[in-house]
Write a protein that binds this ligand. Structure first.
Ligand SMILES: Nc1nc2c(c(=O)[nH]1)N[C@H]1C(S)=C(S)[C@@H](COP(=O)(O)O)O[C@H]1N2
Ligand SMILES: [Mo]
Length: 200
């Protein structure tokens, strides 16, 4: 066995060879893939912050970028190993916005009207980024391009595709899947899949 196939995956996960879903049926809202040309895309960052801002594609690419490789876990049980992402650290975005005291939550809005939210503290990692390239290529619309969030330690419903707005605040709205019974912490290595209070 090669070292790669011995790589550990979180409990209940099976490695698959590629991100296979290609926009089919994971869309909470609709099966239509938003095809946003980068020139038309913009990112709004607002909420309880000192410095709300909006960036177009060119301005976004001027931010410092990072690259890292990690695994991608969908709560339905498949994992894609060794994805190599390039993007802008979420930390870079948050620092620029200057959250006010107590703005400990981050709400994401997407072109397909999908939503999810996270605690600011969970977004400060060195692998948590707004990604615009996967394995050396621009991120395809089917995989959330031009820009999606990547939070590798959490199930992928915490990695919103087609991100267009980030609201930093002292409150957090439950996201699309979280409202439908999926765990709001979504820690893949801790097998936090469901929220028993919401799934009876
Ligand atoms: N905007 C948006 N982001 C989303 C979703 C969605 O429906 N809309 N689905 C989530 C889920 S459940 C998964 S598994 C991944 C799928 O990402 P992929 O298409 O790159 O495999 O995107 C997540 N982010
Ligand atoms: Mo998923």
């Amino acid at each position: 066995m090669s070292p790669k196939s011995e790589k550990k995956v979180p409990p209940g996960q099976e490695p698959i060879r590629a991100i296979l879903r290609w926009g089919i049926d994971h869309h909470g809202i609709s099966n239509e893939i938003p095809r946003i040309s980068p020139e038309k895309w913009a990112l709004t960052v607002e909420g309880q912050v000192e410095n709300p801002f909006k960036l177009n594609w060119k301005e976004f690419l001027e931010l410092p970028h990072v690259e890292s490789s990690n695994d991608f876990h969908c709560v339905e049980g498949w994992s894609v190993l060794d994805c190599h992402w390039k993007g802008v650290l979420f930390k870079t975005i948050a620092e620029r916005a200057e959250p006010k005291k107590g703005s400990d939550y981050v709400n994401f809005e997407c072109s397909d009207e999908y939503t999810t939210s996270l605690e600011m503290a969970d977004l400060m990692g060195e692998e948590t980024m707004l990604a615009y390239q996967l394995n050396g290529k621009p991120l395809a619309p089917e995989l959330g391009g031009p820009v999606r969030l990547i939070v590798p330690s959490k199930y992928a419903y915490k990695s919103p595709m087609w991100v267009t707005k980030i609201v930093i605040a002292s409150w957090k709205l439950l996201g699309f899947w979280e409202l439908r019974g999926y765990n709001d912490r979504a820690e893949a290595w801790k097998n936090m899949r469901f929220d028993r209070r919401l799934r009876q």
